[in-house]
Design a protein around this ligand. Structure first.
Ligand SMILES: [Zn+2]
Length: 466
């Protein structure tokens, strides 16, 4: 088989995605509720995911693909993710294995695009390339009387949650970003890791850790000072809306039911991320990238038990935000899929993606008992692919991830320790999904129709303004 035919066979092995739209099982496009937009808009981002991250996790969790609730959503399409100095070419991507490993975005520019509808420079948060503040979709939502929230499994001041709330020329100014979220934003729920008083294993460290992720020593003192007077006017009634700080897993779990405070800042008891950074007993070096990472199989060592899961944080956030009769906007990030991918650690990647999948399930169940798809829009996507995860023996062609059955690590390999410019999976269901379907009007020879990350941002702004 000559090279080009072998190559095309390799491309075919990647599998073509087809963009379809069925708002709810059995419905066709013309039955979609066009009259009014969604009351609530929920965007769930698996940071660093790609098609093979989903397949590898499906195989480990269930021994077959197509098992996740979002894989059956009405809108199943792809999204381009490049930042302001980048671009995406279907021809270039599928004519050279190495192509997609260059020209990738970072998470700051990606989340800014998905939140504001504008491309910007890598590293920028809520600012355009000239440094001018951009308007976030959640700011539009707040002006329309809605509540808003961001939840993540990494530090709450990290690039993706920051990219939906803050404005900063650099994602690395964690303290400045945290202070904007805490003192100046109108956001009602902010949850993530970043505790200066706990380590990567969730153990107390006498508060000797860095306070930069929570706004610096003064802000942390303000936050933990029991008078609870900290926080700006979040609902525009001219009165301060103080934050309620929660830290213990139990406190997060209790927020999922019954009455709750109006504004909640949740700092889980881990320094950087809930699980992925915990101690690892076995490491291995990937000969393709020379990256040494955790080589444990999923859950080989028990996880941290003193921190909430992403599902528990999502349930808590929904119950806090749901108090607002005007509706809400919520972003939930599985942030450490990316970290495990940078480390070429398949076991930890699958742990993180599986927990993200459970969080999506939790949100879908919540929607089922809170107005259904008529009142809610759920978007499930990523911000960029990370690790260039493929099937075994790829390069120069692409092979499929190999299923080894439920509970067994599938066969896959990482060809990068960084982000790629691949198109990523994008799923949506509910009121307003038809607008995202209409935006998916570009075409890729392998993935089919796709939209750009800025089109998500501009659509969110339109839907949340109403
Ligand atoms: Zn990354």
């Amino acid at each position: 088989m000559n090279r080009s035919r072998a190559f095309l066979a390799g491309v075919a092995a990647v599998g073509t995605a087809v963009t379809t739209l069925a708002a709810a099982p059995g419905a066709t496009a013309h039955q979609l509720p066009r009259a009014h937009g969604p009351k609530n808009v929920i965007v769930m981002i698996s940071d660093g995911w790609g098609y093979n991250h989903i397949a590898a996790t499906d195989y480990y969790q269930y021994g077959r693909t197509g098992t996740q609730v979002y894989e059956h959503f009405g809108l199943r399409t792809a999204m381009s993710t490049y930042s302001v100095e980048g671009s995406y070419s279907s021809r270039a991507t599928w004519s050279s294995f190495a192509q997609t490993a260059s020209g990738a975005t970072d998470s700051a520019a990606a989340s800014t695009a998905m939140s504001t509808g504008a491309k910007t420079l890598d590293g920028a948060i809520g600012k355009d390339r000239s440094g001018k503040d951009l308007v976030h979709a959640f700011q539009v939502a707040e002006r329309a009387g809605r509540s808003t929230g961001v939840v993540t499994s990494v530090q709450f001041s990290h690039a993706t949650p920051a990219g939906f709330v803050a404005h900063n020329t650099t994602r690395n100014d964690y303290s400045g970003i945290a202070r904007e979220m805490i003192y100046n934003s109108a956001t009602d729920v902010v949850m993530g890791a970043g505790s200066p008083c706990h380590d990567a294993n969730g153990r107390a460290n006498g508060c000797t850790g860095s306070t930069k992720y929570v706004g610096g020593a003064t802000t942390w003192a303000d936050l933990t000072d029991t008078d609870g007077a900290l926080g700006a006017d979040a609902n525009g009634d001219g009165k301060k809306d103080p934050w309620t700080l929660v830290q213990s897993r139990q406190a997060f779990q209790q927020l999922a039911h019954g009455r709750t405070p109006r504004r909640v800042l949740g700092v889980a008891q881990a320094d950087q991320t809930l699980q992925q950074g915990r101690a690892c007993t076995t490491t291995a070096t990937n000969p393709l990238t020379e990256v040494t990472g955790c080589a444990e199989t999923p859950y080989e060592t028990g996880g941290n038990t003193s921190v909430p899961t992403l599902s528990e944080m999502s349930a808590a956030a929904l119950n806090v935000l749901d108090q607002d009769r005007d509706g809400f906007g919520l972003m939930v990030e599985g942030g450490a899929v990316d970290w495990a991918s940078h480390a070429n650690s398949l076991g930890r990647l699958i742990e993180e993606q599986a927990e993200f999948n459970r969080a999506v399930q939790t949100v879908v169940q919540w929607i089922g008992s809170h107005g259904g798809w008529k009142n809610n829009l759920l978007v499930v996507t990523g911000d960029h692919e990370c690790g260039y995860l493929t099937g075994p023996g790829s390069d120069p062609t692409w092979t499929k991830v190999v299923n080894k059955g439920r509970g067994h690590l599938p066969l896959a390999e990482f060809h990068s320790s960084d982000h790629t410019n691949s198109l990523i999976p994008f799923y949506a269901q509910g009121s307003g999904a038809e607008r995202l379907f209409a935006a998916a009007d570009q075409h890729d020879s392998v993935r089919g129709r796709y939209l750009d990350n800025t089109e998500l941002g501009s659509t969110l702004k339109r839907l949340l303004a109403g």
